[in-house]
Design a protein around this ligand. Structure first.
Ligand SMILES: NC(=O)C1=CN([C@@H]2O[C@H](COP(=O)(O)OP(=O)(O)OC[C@H]3O[C@@H](n4cnc5c(N)ncnc54)[C@H](O)[C@@H]3O)[C@@H](O)[C@H]2O)C=CC1
Ligand SMILES: O=C(O)[C@@H]1CCC=N1
Length: 279
């Protein structure tokens, strides 16, 4: 199988590196293009054999599965560029939420999937959210999930839940890193503990909590109950948190969703513009 990547920025290069290091693919099976070719050259130096392509069209021509690792507003232009090189047997995978499957299916005569990765995939951990279009074959679904399983837990979801599940799986690492940073800064300020030491302990705490929830058979309620002895220190701090965080995650979800709806409109406008310029 030949795997293509259009876009070798933060996420594209993370996925390429994770697949190679996990031995999901050999470098010579991977075809990569990027607007700035220097990024592709850098990857090819790191992974000898990687197929550095100067054009997106070359990636589309050579690959069986093509990951589009570009920003939402860049899709219309790239799609217009590669569309006549895609055949029904090829699979195009978008990694961004505000580009809808139906928009890609309208434009491209090939199989379509959306896969939302997460920075956690760098450590072969976390989920990859899989959403399938109407044309994708069962064989391609299996092949894609087999590939993703090297670096993640592939989870199938409905497109209507893409945004909220991305909030949890892909934005979540940034949200919880932010909260942890607040915790650490306060610990340094209030007690004088060394930042590095507190950070290392906090990282291990988050990892262990994740394992309790995924492999330890515990729920978030279980974790709180087991730690917070009635009348103890944690119980008092949890009561304070309960009071002071009312509604913050509702606000967070409204914020991500409002931005998502804005992006959906902007993406549609870019597709309309490409269509007008083609006429
Ligand atoms: N950062 C994250 O944790 C996650 C990001 N995503 C999605 O991944 C997508 C990419 O994000 P990043 O990698 O962070 O962005 P980025 O800006 O680091 O990478 C985008 C790359 O695309 C290249 N590019 C732009 N236009 C191009 C064109 N016409 N042809 C070829 N290459 C082109 C750019 O040069 C750049 O290297 C976004 O849509 C984002 O929503 C999805 C899940 C998680
Ligand atoms: O919304 C998206 O498409 C992803 C999730 C995290 C960043 N970008």
């Amino acid at each position: 199988m030949k795997i293509g990547f259009i876009g070798a920025g933060s996420m594209g290069s993370l996925l390429i590196e994770a697949f190679i290091v996990a031995e999901a693919a050999e470098p010579n099976q991977i075809y990569v293009s990027n607007r700035t070719f220097a990024k592709v050259e850098k990857l090819a130096l790191k992974f000898p054999g990687l197929q550095a392509e100067e054009t997106n069209v070359a990636v589309a021509q050579h690959s069986d599965i093509i990951f589009l690792c570009i920003k939402p507003h860049e899709f219309a232009q790239v799609v217009a560029e590669i569309k006549s090189y895609l055949t029904k047997d090829k699979l195009v995978v978008s990694i961004t939420s505000p580009v809808l499957l139906r928009q890609l299916e309208q434009e491209l005569d090939c199989q379509i999937a959306k896969v939302i990765p997460s920075i956690t995939n760098k450590m072969w951990s976390g989920a990859t959210l899989c959403i399938y279009g109407k044309q994708i074959t069962k064989a391609h679904q299996t092949e894609l999930e087999k590939l993703l399983a090297y670096i993640s837990e592939p989870i199938r979801i409905e497109e209507s839940f893409t945004r909220i599940v991305s909030d949890i799986s892909s934005c979540g690492p940034a949200f919880f890193a932010f909260l942890l940073q607040q915790f650490i800064e306060a610990a340094v300020e209030e007690t004088g503990i060394a930042r590095d030491e507190a950070m290392m302990i906090a990282g291990n705490m988050l990892l262990g909590t994740g394992l309790l929830l995924t492999e330890g058979g515990m729920t978030t309620e279980d974790v709180q109950q087991r730690v917070a002895v009635p009348g103890g220190i944690t119980a008092q701090a949890l009561a304070m948190l309960q009071r002071d965080t009312v509604g913050i995650f509702n606000n967070l979800i409204r914020t991500t969703h409002n931005k998502y709806y804005e992006d959906l409109e902007k993406v549609q406008a870019t597709f309309n513009k490409e269509e007008v310029s083609e006429q």
